[in-house]
Design a protein around this ligand. Structure first.
Ligand SMILES: [Fe+2]
Ligand SMILES: [Fe+2]
Length: 335
């Protein structure tokens, strides 16, 4: 399969993976042959990229950051509880903790495989989608930091609820941190470190954040981890930039630019060890002028995956960028 930008889709191409809404409803199933009206429909619901079937890359596997059934159940729990906060009802903390445990269980099996959370789904409830993404990323970072199971569950719980005081609107109002914290801290089932993430996830490492302008290790470690995941997901999916999504390596560059200022540089390092820059299936231009599709990852070296290069005549061969060190990826093509 191959990842294709919505603008380049053509009638006759077949979907390799279903297109979902964020609440898990299938909009179009895999195997379906695209028509003009299907393409318009995909575009209208805000999907920016889809996977299509391409026989040249039939062996390319795209790993799911979270099993679809788990993602759907976590999304449901979060959706119910986020709306409870805004109608002044109590949070069901045990449902949220259970959701966090499912994410931890799943991601522990996938540690060492790397993570890409590049979304190919619609964004109808972006705040929920965002919170689930942040929780998944946080779980991967926590694994890199050698947290034990209990700590991981508390950390991921904090990530799931970090924006629980926020409304489903693009702009984050500063008061969402105290609204969320007030709602979370009265829940006896939550560890205080989880609830504190609601209050501290906009504090910056250099003290320039809000609400208290605390810095460095005065910000709890959980909050510093969630801050990195939060910043990355916002950049990747363009939540602060008119929903214009960018590619993972660009989102990571934007993180590097603020490491040591907004973000804890050591946590950014741990994050680098777990992330995938160029997801399987994406088309790249190499520094030797050849085009190729990423077919496999070299975990820990996110900038050097294995690429299958081609020209008009067909496939030329596979290049492992970890072995061909003079070559590098020059550009990601949204084609
Ligand atoms: Fe926030
Ligand atoms: Fe957030």
């Amino acid at each position: 399969m191959r990842l294709v930008g919505i603008k380049s889709l053509k009638p006759g191409q077949e979907l390799a993976r279903p297109v979902y809404t964020s609440s898990g409803k299938v909009v179009l199933n895999s195997g379906i042959t695209l028509t003009e009206s299907f393409i318009t429909k995909i575009e209208q619901i805000g999907v920016q990229k889809v996977y299509i079937i391409d026989e040249r890359f039939s062996d390319v596997e795209v790993s799911q950051p979270l099993d679809f059934t788990i993602r759907t159940s976590v999304t449901k729990v979060l959706s119910e509880n986020y709306s409870k906060v805004h109608s002044s009802k109590g949070i069901d903390e045990y449902d949220i903790k259970d959701a966090a445990k499912k994410i931890v269980d799943y991601t522990r099996e996938y540690r060492g495989k790397g993570i890409s959370i590049l979304s190919t789904d619609a964004m109808d409830e972006f705040i929920i989608e965002h919170s689930v993404n942040v929780a998944i990323l946080t779980a991967f970072i926590g694994n890199q930091m050698s947290y034990n199971f209990g700590q991981l569950c508390d950390l991921v719980t904090g990530a799931l609820i970090h924006d629980i005081g926020r409304e489903n609107i693009a702009k984050e109002k500063p008061e969402h941190v105290s609204i969320g914290f007030e709602a979370a801290r009265v829940c006896r089932g939550f560890n205080l470190h989880s609830s504190k993430v609601c209050y501290e996830h906009h504090e910056n490492y250099d003290g320039s954040g809000y609400p208290r302008k605390i810095k460095g290790n005065d910000i709890s470690e959980f909050s510093r981890v969630v801050r990195v995941a939060d910043y990355y997901d916002n950049a990747l999916h363009g939540y602060d930039n008119n929903n214009i999504s960018i590619m993972p390596h660009q989102a990571f560059e934007s993180i590097l630019a603020v490491a040591g200022q907004m973000l804890d540089p050591e946590i950014v390092e741990r994050f680098r060890d777990t992330i995938i820059f160029y997801p399987n299936g994406c088309t790249v231009l190499l520094s030797n002028g050849l085009y190729g599709v990423v077919i496999k990852q070299n975990i820990g070296s996110p900038q050097r995956p294995i690429v299958r290069v081609y020209n008009e005549g067909g496939i030329i061969g596979d290049i492992d960028l970890l072995k061909s060190l003079t070559l590098f990826i020059q550009e990601v093509m949204v084609i």
